[in-house]
Design a protein around this ligand. Structure first.
Ligand code: GLY
Length: 394
């Protein structure tokens, strides 16, 4: 039987016990790592400059899309994403059972819709590459797509169906992870900004907060998403090459008893994610604007126009939210996972568009590393050293 819900309560003051591990960043990856470390008996504190889960995790679509989004040149990332997909059912079940909090997993799969003959030709060409990787994707003719989703635009040209790309509700995921971490003994310290990693004798020895307080720790995990590069105290070469990639998102409200859409949907210019409670998330812009937080007319216009072209019925839906997030983008759009040049400091950042998908593998692999159990082969290709290797080769 599932446990009763036990929403977390953050611990605003410093705990008495010096943590074995400080995790910088209370997003889904930082929380997941902390949970796995606490399950190993380690004392863990998670610090965040804002509220728990208020960064990219709050804005994420929650698409567990290792297949439909597979791009040439990203074969290692596809393998990591497929590994994460395989972990997701167990991760979700364990988290829900531990906390009694549902995390909104939906398993209808994903449709990538072609509206025109050009779209169809491009998708079919790309599908051949994706199927060549062994990904379970199929082409559906227009009539079959509309049979599955009757509210889609009448003239659509077909779609790729990805039966294994599901979704989870990221805010529910944050709430469950936060509850699980606190149950496991983790100290959550939101609104506690880390200014720097403290390095003593060449080794990470804790963190210095923005108010000057030093918090000693045996190890530090840098999981601060788009803010990871701004943490000081590290040699320049050890600061992860992560930048913010702005994404605007518009949320509409459907009638949950008669939803316009049930699958996750990609269409030219947008994606749509229908939540079980009737919310319909329309995302997302991709903008190189630093930490700009403006909701712009152009951003909202482009998203709603693209969504309306594929799902005309949205014109009657109320807008219930507009939000902005900042994806942590690395130089190659893949995460940075593993040891650093500073002993005691471990990276779990740069997840770009895949933070929710990769949360379970990040949690498992980074906890394993920090606990001294070695490098999980799943993350071996994602170390920081790959950037240095490429610089030498260039
Ligand atoms: N993964 C969705 C996004 O980055 O917009």
């Amino acid at each position: 039987m599932a446990a009763q819900p036990r929403p977390y309560s953050a611990s605003p003051s410093a705990p008495d016990r010096v943590p074995d591990v400080v995790v910088i960043g209370a997003g889904v990856c930082g929380l997941g790592i902390a949970w796995r470390l606490a399950q190993r008996g380690l004392a863990v504190a998670v610090l965040d400059r804002g509220a728990v889960g208020a960064g990219a995790s709050h804005v994420a679509g929650g698409m567990l899309a290792a297949c439909a989004e597979a791009e040439p040149g990203e074969e290692d990332l596809v393998r990591l994403g497929r590994h994460a997909q395989a972990l997701w059912p167990g991760f979700a079940a364990e988290l829900e059972a531990a906390t009694g909090l549902p995390i909104g997993v939906r398993s209808e799969g994903t449709l990538v819709v072609a509206l025109t003959a050009d779209d169809r030709a491009r998708l079919v060409h790309h599908l051949a590459f994706q199927q060549g990787l062994g990904l379970p994707l199929d082409w559906l003719p227009a009539a079959e797509v509309r049979r599955r989703e009757p509210h889609l635009a009448a003239g659509l040209a077909g779609a790729v169906f990805s039966p294994e790309d599901h979704q989870v509700e990221p805010r529910a995921l944050v709430a469950a992870l936060a509850a699980a971490t606190v149950q496991a003994g983790v100290t959550l310290r939101p609104h506690t900004e880390v200014a720097a990693v403290e390095v003593e004798n060449g080794r990470a020895a804790g963190v210095r907060l923005a108010d000057g307080t030093v918090l000693p720790a045996g190890a530090v995990v840098l999981a601060a998403g788009a803010w990871s590069r701004g943490i000081e105290g590290l040699p320049p070469a050890a600061r992860p090459p992560v930048r913010p990639i702005k994404g605007q998102v518009v949320t509409l409200r459907m009638d949950p008893s008669a939803p316009l859409l049930t699958h996750v949907l990609w269409a030219p210019g947008c994606y749509l994610v229908p939540r079980a409670d009737g919310r319909l998330v329309v995302g997302a812009t991709v903008e190189e604007k630093g930490f700009d937080t403006a909701i712009t007319a152009g951003g909202v216009l482009s998203l709603l126009d693209a969504a309306w072209r594929v799902l005309p019925g949205i014109e009657d839906l109320p807008i219930v939210e507009t939000t902005v997030g900042h994806r942590p983008g690395s130089r190659d759009d893949a995460p940075i996972l593993g040891p650093s040049a500073v002993p005691g400091l471990v990276y779990a950042t740069g997840h770009h568009r895949n933070g929710i998908l990769l949360a379970p593998v990040t949690a498992d692999a980074i906890a394993r590393l920090v606990a001294g159990e070695g490098i999980d082969p799943a993350i071996a290709a994602f170390g920081m050293e790959r950037f240095a290797a490429r610089a030498v080769a260039a």
